[in-house]
Design a protein around this ligand. Structure first.
Ligand code: DGT
Ligand code: CA
Ligand code: CA
Ligand code: ZN
Length: 572
């Protein structure tokens, strides 16, 4: 694939050229094309082979100059212009951008002053307290850099849930095609829908364990074999994560699934309870007087035998779920089937890749009753946010589509919460909307008190239906901004503002812990995908999984309501 390589080069050209006022617009053109290349399904080299330069110029944003660069790369593997600039600024931007608040300007300044090229250099300089003295940084940002680096290090090697689920499903469909494997299940943290995974765990029952393991090590994404045994084999996948496959006896399937789903802390407590009841529990079964009473039984049997409610995998973290199960008070959790619509979607009008009509058709395939189109507002320039006039004009498009399709398309926006907590659109414009999401995107490094007040001010306008990605964290990339969610929840309760559970793979925001924390209040949630294209809808399961990890039932989630109920909730 040449697309991502060329996109990487253009992204770097943007980084370097954007700091100079004279080349700013040129830089933006490169950035636009970089994004386009990353998301388009066709390979540029195919396009060029088939249609020549004209084919390349059909890519949005590609003019003759950029097309020439692409051709140069396809022919020589290099772009001369970039080689020259790169020798002046040999900076690993992608690496450095993993640090919150580090953009092109600061990265280049760090290189000029201290020769910093990558995270390793940055870490060394910060530890030697060389950063604090550079104009625009100071002591606080030096501390923040160190904090961020240590967070990245501690997360090293854990992959995102979306990636792991995808990989696990591919493996399972590959394995179950063979005729000697009977059953195949996901276990471990993937089954518990944890936001990041240390490795992938899969269980299988099979007539022929040796053949199963041979098949497994020949999986297309296997990079190398770490351990190969009859009952357990570990492979390293090309995504950098390992996968354990265990072949287990059909008769101990329930016990094995319970054991290998974890978590470890949950299992330790369950095993103690078993012992207290004169049982013995392990991965082979539940034993009473040395006979396995769980033979060929499922997990539910084991929990019930121990006088407990069945505990859904997402709850198994030893956060009080065992005590609840012993009192037969495990709540009925929300499930993907309960979701009736998606309330956070972007289209071409701001930074989405599809038209509204394309998004509508994809929603119909999900059998949704309603969706809300929520484009960015003008303050967020990098996402092509739009202003009041453009929203009003856009609503005509929505009206027409509402006539044409049997799904309710709600008019909305993801309006920026400005520094002082005011909203980035006029009251009249917001007044014409059905569903207003308000989010913090800019000026994110504020003191806790100020950020909390800023968000509360936004809620107090009385116009906000949903608080978008309430903590702003990006998994493995950026920690949450400083905010007191208890305080915010009190205002959400008072002003009927739902907290978002944003399902995009890097966000999952609110996360499980914050859901548990805020659900002490009488607040509602909205599980949204924040889709920027038609494929984004599929991430709903990640948000629902996160909600389940936060013990939520469907009655707390506004997009499980039917259209009438939802409209009543949204009415301000
Ligand atoms: P991860 O991979 O770090 O995201 O987390 P898990 O939970 O998938 O952990 P993993 O892969 O080490 O083990 C899978 C499950 O196997 C774990 O959730 C519980 C079970 N397990 C592993 N080691 C032990 C152990 O020493 N004691 C007990 N009770 N269970 C264990
Ligand atoms: Ca695991
Ligand atoms: Ca494992
Ligand atoms: Zn947003």
């Amino acid at each position: 694939m040449s697309n991502s390589e060329i996109a990487g080069i253009f992204e770097n050209l943007y980084n370097i050229l954007s700091i100079d006022e004279k080349t700013k617009f040129e830089a933006l053109a490169y950035q636009r094309v970089a994004r386009e290349l990353q998301s388009m399904p066709d390979d540029v080299s195919d396009l060029y082979d088939k249609y020549g330069i004209g084919g390349l110029m059909k890519i949005p944003g590609v003019g003759k100059g950029i097309a020439q660069h692409i051709i140069e790369y396809l022919k020589t593997g290099k772009i001369e212009k970039y080689e020259k600039i790169k020798s002046e600024y040999p900076i690993d931007f992608k690496d450095l951008f993993r640090i919150e608040g580090l953009g092109p300007k600061k990265a280049i300044l760090l290189y000029k002053k201290l020769g910093i090229k990558n995270l390793n250099d940055l870490k060394k300089a910060a530890e030697e307290h060389k950063i604090a003295d550079i104009p625009g940084f100071g002591k606080k940002s030096e501390e923040l850099i160190l904090k961020n680096i240590s967070m990245l290090a501690s997360l090293h090697g854990r992959i995102l849930l979306a990636q792991g689920l995808n990989e696990a499903r591919k493996i399972i469909s590959y394995l179950t095609k063979s005729d000697f494997i009977d059953r195949c299940f996901i276990a471990g943290s993937t089954r518990r829908m944890k936001e990041t995974l240390g490795d992938i765990d899969i269980l299988a029952t099979s007539k022929d364990s040796k053949k199963t393991m041979d098949l497994f090590i020949n999986f297309e994404d296997a990079r190398s074999v770490m351990i190969k045994g009859e009952t357990k084999t570990t492979i390293l996948l090309s995504t950098g994560v390992t996968c354990d496959l265990r072949v287990i006896n059909d008769a101990s399937f329930g016990a094995a699934l319970q054991y290998f789903t974890g978590s470890k802390d949950h299992n330790i407590k369950i095993r103690k309870i078993a012992i207290g009841n004169n049982y013995k529990l392990n991965e082979y079964g539940l034993f009473y007087n040395d006979s396995n009473i769980a033979a060929s039984k499922d997990e539910k049997f084991i929990y019930n035998r121990l006088n407990m409610d069945y505990i859904p995998p997402e709850m198994r973290e030893d956060r009080g779920e065992i005590e609840l199960a012993l009192q037969h008070r495990i709540p009925e959790l929300i499930s993907l089937n309960d979701i009736k619509g998606d309330l956070h979607l972007h289209t071409k009008e701001s930074d989405g890749l599809n038209t509204t009509e394309e998004m509508v058709n994809a929603a119909l395939e999900k059998r949704y009753e309603y969706i809300a189109m929520t484009n960015h507002t003008k303050n967020l320039k990098i996402a092509h946010g739009i202003g009041d006039q453009d929203f009003i004009k856009y609503f005509d498009t929505v009206d027409k589509l509402n006539q044409k399709y049997k799904i309710k398309i709600l008019k909305g926006a993801e309006v920026d919460i400005l520094k002082d907590g005011s909203l980035d659109l006029k009251d009249e414009t917001l007044g014409q909307m059905d569903c207003v999401i308000a989010s913090v995107h800019m000026n994110i490094s504020m003191e806790k008190e100020d950020m909390t007040q800023r968000v509360i001010n936004a809620i107090k306008t009385g116009k906000v239906n949903i608080l978008g990605h309430p903590t702003g964290r990006l998994i493995n990339k950026r920690s949450s901004y400083e905010i007191e969610l208890d305080e915010v929840s009190k205002y959400c309760e008072k002003y009927k503002t739902a907290l978002e559970i944003n399902s995009s793979p890097e966000r999952l925001d609110l996360n499980d812990e914050n859901i548990l924390k805020t659900s002490k209040y009488n607040v509602y949630y909205s599980i949204n995908t924040d889709s920027h294209n038609i494929y984004g809808y599929d991430f709903m399961e990640l948000g629902v999984g996160t909600a389940r990890r936060g013990w939520l039932g469907k009655e707390k989630v506004i997009n499980t309501m039917d259209l009438n109920g939802l409209m009543k909730f949204l009415k301000k």
